[in-house]
Design a protein around this ligand. Structure first.
Ligand SMILES: NC(=O)c1ccc[n+]([C@@H]2O[C@H](COP(=O)([O-])OP(=O)(O)OC[C@H]3O[C@@H](n4cnc5c(N)ncnc54)[C@H](O)[C@@H]3O)[C@@H](O)[C@H]2O)c1
Length: 352
């Protein structure tokens, strides 16, 4: 059994307890501490034990792992205290606000022979797991370009997410998830980053970001997080040498179009487009392309985030989200801010 003590019973702390952990037969919630009496009361109403302070939670010998689900600016301090108390830690994303802070935390974890897990949970999203399978099977041939985006239409949520010093803004909120998936999917080092940030709604934090990421294999990924889109673009748009994948959203509606026969360029006639003619954009004849709907998840069982925590802490397993991957994501986010400020391509060396 893995016993979890949770600091922060806000939206996500509560989601861990009532949704994620309840699905796990080998994970148990020992109790909560939240700085807000209202949230403490809610946790109690939900049936969880209330710790009187964080120190109280950390001194409970039953707690195997501390889940940090506070706003982003408290992560580093909460993680440090937990590690110093001899507890393994799960920290919500983004684990901290700089690469240097993360290095400090992992050094401390290593010194204490403890683990720091970062809840970059979008690796377990169904759309992403299916894409991984499609990539592995080379369903659309060799990869040409990936576009990954999430878009909303009502700005950055109120509260700490609108404050820069508290780790607000869309890059730190959703960017971290998309970057985590992209780094995992590309499976090679990042080479450069070019980004622009949007401040359209007048917050002190970014309300959107578009980043062009170049990887060592020469492939480019466009990442976009945005909050001013009354019509959303597709969640994923991926081009390969023999096909294209498009997925609209988490509803799993989308398509895979694959080339299944060759064509003769000379035989493609022009079509009228607007006030002109085009051969370049004329459609291919029937039978050259095959269209499939976006597939369902295969029956293959993927161990959950919490199963990975158990695997690592109790069975000497491997961390699904490695320190190196978390560090890379933090480095890319740093580069995004520098690139946007200087309007420059930032070359990345992951050695430093
Ligand atoms: N992985 C995901 O899918 C996902 C989704 C949403 C949020 N998050 C992350 O979860 C964390 C919390 O986000 P949220 O949406 O739950 O925020 P929230 O504002 O809803 O909740 C934060 C909670 O922490 C409490 N808190 C603040 N400071 C504290 C302190 N010093 N000690 C104890 N409690 C304190 C607040 O009272 C509040 O109840 C953030 O890091 C966020 O990025 C992750």
């Amino acid at each position: 059994m893995l016993n979890v003590g949770i600091i922060g019973y806000g939206g996500m702390g509560r989601f861990h307890a009532t949704e994620l952990i309840t699905k796990e037969s080998e994970v148990n919630v020992c109790g909560f501490y939240d700085i807000s009496p209202v949230r403490q009361e809610l946790a109690q109403t939900d049936g969880y034990h209330k710790y009187s302070s964080y120190a109280d939670l950390l001194s409970d010998p039953k707690v195997d792992v501390v889940l940090v689900a506070t706003p982003n600016d408290f992560h580093k301090k909460c993680v440090q205290q937990a590690l110093l108390s001899g507890k393994n830690v799960i920290c919500e994303k983004p684990v901290c606000l700089s690469v240097a802070d993360f290095d400090e935390l992992t050094t401390l974890a290593d010194k204490k022979h403890l683990r720091l897990f970062v809840h970059q949970n979008r690796r377990w999203d169904e759309d992403y797991l299916i894409l991984q399978e499609l990539f592995a099977e080379q369903v659309i041939g060799s990869l040409l370009r990936v576009e990954s985006r999430v878009q909303g239409d009502h700005g950055v949520p109120s509260g700490w997410r609108q404050e820069k010093a508290r780790g607000g803004g869309m890059v730190l909120d959703w960017g971290v998830h998309l970057l985590d998936q992209i780094v995992d999917l590309m499976g090679c080092s990042i080479k450069s980053v070019y980004a622009s940030l949007s401040y359209a709604l007048g917050y002190e934090v970014d309300d959107g970001c578009t980043a062009i990421l170049e990887f060592e294999n020469g492939k480019f990924v466009e990442m976009n997080v945005d909050t001013t889109n009354f019509i959303k673009q597709s969640r994923w748009y991926i081009k390969g040498t023999q096909g294209t994948i498009m997925l609209n959203d988490w509803d799993m509606e989308g398509a895979i179009v694959r080339q299944v026969a060759g064509w003769n360029s000379e035989e493609i006639g022009a079509i009228q487009a607007g006030q002109g003619l085009t051969r370049t954009l004329a459609p291919l004849s029937e039978g050259i392309l095959e269209k499939r709907s976006f597939p369902k998840m295969s029956q293959k069982q993927v161990p959950s985030f919490y199963q990975n925590v158990i695997d690592v802490t109790q069975k000497n397993g491997k961390m699904r989200i490695s320190y190196q991957e978390v560090r890379t994501v933090l480095k890319i986010m740093d580069a995004i801010f520098v690139s946007a400020e200087k309007n420059q391509v930032i070359q990345l060396s992951l050695q430093d």
